[in-house]
Design a protein around this ligand. Structure first.
Ligand code: HEM
Length: 131
């Protein structure tokens, strides 16, 4: 029943929602996330979330998580941040990232909510051009 509940959330939540474990491996990937990143859940689950970002973050992301687990010092959790995501086709886009943390069956998991900022940045650019 819990799994059916999670499946219905993943199919319905309007924002891209991604769950990873403490190694950074993707365990859940919502329908909106599939559309945003251009990749099917089946093709990214069990792979590292770092596949969906460009460098320098790509090579450093495991260390970001490890640093957080070691120190407990939050840099995005609880604050949110604008970062750069990378779609499966290699194109990059600005995204607002919010991260929550919880434990499931004694394991620490992280839930990320991703908002695509492409449209907002385009409006700002159009406004600048119009001035
Ligand atoms: C930390 C980038 C996606 C989980 C970070 C930091 C950056 C970053 C720059 C470290 C901040 C610092 O040390 O100053 C990105 C980018 C993403 C992405 C570019 C694009 C796809 C995600 C997602 C999750 C996640 C989807 C979870 C589902 C974490 C965690 C930390 C972290 C747990 C450490 C906690 C913290 O610093 O508060 N990420 N991230 N990241 N990220 Fe990501």
């Amino acid at each position: 029943a819990r799994e059916a509940h999670l499946r219905s959330i993943l199919a319905t939540v309007p924002e891209a929602m991604i769950v990873i474990d403490e190694r950074g491996l993707v365990t859940s990937f919502s329908t909106a996330a599939e559309k945003l990143f251009g990749i099917q859940a089946d093709d990214i689950c069990d792979r590292n979330i770092s596949n969906l970002m460009p460098n320098p973050d790509r090579d450093a992301h495991d260390d970001y998580i490890a640093r957080y687990i070691r120190t407990g010092e939050r840099r995005i959790i609880g604050y949110g941040r604008v970062v750069t995501g990378q779609r499966a086709d290699g194109s990059k886009f600005p995204m607002e990232l919010h991260i929550g943390e919880t434990t499931a069956n004694g394991e620490r998991i992280f839930t990320g909510f991703v908002r695509d900022l492409t449209g907002r940045y385009k409006i700002e650019e159009d406004l600048r051009q119009a001035q």
